[in-house]
Ligand binder design. Sequence first.
Ligand SMILES: C[S@@+](CC[C@H](N)C(=O)[O-])C[C@H]1O[C@@H](n2cnc3c(N)ncnc32)[C@H](O)[C@@H]1O
Ligand SMILES: [Zn+2]
Length: 282
Amino acid sequence: MSKVDKFYEAKNLFQCPKCKKKIRFHGGALVCKKEHTFDIAAKGYVNLLQQTKSFKGYDAGFFKSRRAFFAAGYYDHIVGEVVDTACRFLGNMEAPVVLDAGCGEGGYSAAIEAAFAGNGVAGQVLAFDIASDAIKVAAGDDNVKWMVADITNIPVKDGVVDCILDVFTPANYKEFNRVLADNGYLIKVVPGSAHLQELRRAVSDQLQNKEYSNEDVTDYFEDHYELVSRVKCTATRELSRENLVNLVRMTPLLFDVDKSRLDLSGVTEITIEGEVLVGRKK
Ligand SMILES: C[S@@+](CC[C@H](N)C(=O)[O-])C[C@H]1O[C@@H](n2cnc3c(N)ncnc32)[C@H](O)[C@@H]1O
Ligand SMILES: [Zn+2]
């Protein structure tokens, strides 16, 4: 299937972000009933944002470094847990639809897509991010439907998603509940208190919150969803100079830090810790 034609498969899932009408696949584009047209790029993604938006720090360099740091294996334990969790909860569905909200460079979606293909699951993976730079890094020779879109106005119909992934990304529970099927799941990954602790210690004089707790975020999650699983994934690994450089460029922790004052010579290893929460609609 071509990088454009793959969107045909998902044509019944989209909704126009401008007028909320149904979208059809027509002439290499997604077109709604009111003729709002969103061209599918040859690289295999579609931009459904009405206005280009970007956030400080989330630029092409951020996503390229994030991809390189992931490729070095530092997040493998979290990616593995997310994939296993998705397969466990979706395993008995015929053709599950997964939506990765705020997918960044797309590593989690690519891994779920590969697991579906490997296990003969006829599922579909849709993934979006507000940063077009993220989607340009993510999109490639695969079957994931990559989109530039906003979490506050998800271009997907009501109730068609079986599993939302929300990994290290802010949530919008109103939109999540709109697009999630009644028996669907939300898999949310939040940083653990030990996440990046070596880096956090080294820059503590420049951080407002010297210690991190995910309690507020997990309480808010439990206000909205019935918690059905919670798993902490932690791994500490040596950090080479090259991977340290990528880490510095790919973490929001350092967005507000004066990089010219950094002394990271003592940071020789790094802990990556995430908690994988699974919720069901209440
Ligand atoms: C820390 S990154 C995590 C990316 C990816 N899930 C990962 O774990 O590598 C947070 C992501 O949220 C995206 N984001 C922030 N606000 C968003 C919004 N309103 N809609 C969609 N994506 C958003 C950013 O562009 C960024 O890619
Ligand atoms: Zn429209």
